[in-house]
Write a protein that binds this ligand. Structure first.
Ligand code: SF4
Length: 340
């Protein structure tokens, strides 16, 4: 019989599984306590759970986490994780003032083909399941400590694996599991328009970030060929819908600044016109060098000029000098090092 990954279960499903064996609800609390609060990965260690029940759990479920193969960099750290079938993803832990943000991967590789992104270079291998995404957070939590914020900004396009990402978010926000606030979870998309509409309709209360990076459709096709299936107008209409459905939640627009590509002051003006009438925040991210990417980072002075140009037009803009460039862990830089 094939084993099921325990992290695929929610609390109600475990209660049902236990009830089918004549066990009471409080056993689910005990098991979840061991798994999610004490980080146990072996049912035999659950000493307040009767031995026959431990054996039944162990016969049906596995508590396997992805193995952390390597952690690089301080204080921002990139973790290379390997799942039991041998696929590898990366997850980044970023210390903020008094808490951690984890940047999670949602897929192994990515099919979107953004030209400036390291994750795009190997194509898509497969989606991660909800339980595998939860396992990723648990494995890094054990090493680093509990996160407060999660961003789906690692390897993969979360809206291309929406069902599993949403299930993982429901697990991670469940008070029986990690109990994180949905407001502290950001789903970042390259702009999969149907996925934005679906996410808006789900009433999850998570934050939405959209990687825009271009101000014309032709420029976007060049930089983000997978996402440019939809025009910028269609993308912004979906963002407007998201804000309406979420009672005014702003959308964060990520704009990776690449010298001579999308960083002229005329492009700043155009960007301001595009997003100005939406509830927005614009994050300007100076390009982080990656292997094989033929782009350059603008000078700090020019980045400031671009930002000021936006602000003069009422745009709520800030510059995010991504933490983690030193370990290739910043936005668009997650890629499994094959030599690791
Ligand atoms: S930027 Fe995001 S969507 Fe684009 S290729 Fe990289 S991981 Fe995929």
């Amino acid at each position: 019989m094939s084993m099921e990954l325990f992290y695929e279960l929610n609390y109600r499903q475990l209660v049902q599984w236990l009830a089918a064996r004549g066990e009471r609800r409080y056993r689910a609390d005990q098991v979840f306590q061991w798994v999610y609060h004490r980080g146990v990965t072996d049912f035999t260690q659950m000493t307040n759970v009767p031995s026959p029940l431990r054996q039944a759990l162990a016969a049906q479920f596995t508590l396997t986490w992805p193995r952390i193969m390597k952690s690089t960099g301080q204080p921002t750290t990139k973790h290379l994780l390997e799942y039991p079938d041998g696929v590898r993803v990366e997850c980044v832990s970023i210390p903020m003032d008094s808490y951690y943000t984890f940047c999670l991967s949602s897929q192994v590789g990515c099919a979107m083909g953004c030209r400036f992104c390291a994750s795009a270079q190997g194509g898509l291998q497969r989606n991660l399941t909800a339980g595998e995404i939860v396992g990723q957070a648990l494995a890094v939590q054990r090493l680093i400590g509990r996160p407060r914020n999660l961003v789906f900004m690692g390897m993969g396009e979360p809206l291309a694996n929406l069902d599993n990402v949403v299930t993982a978010i429901k697990r991670l926000t469940d008070t029986h599991i990690l109990g994180l606030s949905p407001r502290h979870i950001t789903v970042s998309t390259a702009g999969l328009v149907p996925g934005i509409y679906r996410l808006a309709d789900m009433d999850l209360r998570v934050e939405l970030a959209v990687s825009l990076n271009a101000v014309t459709d032709s420029q976007r096709r060049e930089l983000m060929p997978g996402a440019a299936r939809w025009s910028i107008a269609q993308l912004l209409a979906a963002c407007r819908y998201f804000t309406q459905k979420t009672e005014g939640q702003p959308v964060t627009f990520e704009y990776v600044l690449m010298a001579g590509i999308n960083d002229s002051l005329e492009e700043a003006d155009r960007l301001a016109r595009l997003v100005g009438d939406l509830r927005h925040h614009v994050n300007l991210i100076p390009f982080n060098p990656v292997n094989h990417a033929d782009f350059r980072r603008p000078t700090p002075k020019h980045v400031e000029q671009f930002c000021t140009q936006l602000r003069h037009q009422g745009i709520n803009a800030s510059v995010r000098y991504s933490k983690g460039t030193e370990v290739a862990a910043a936005c668009g830089q997650l890629r499994v090092d094959v030599d690791s």
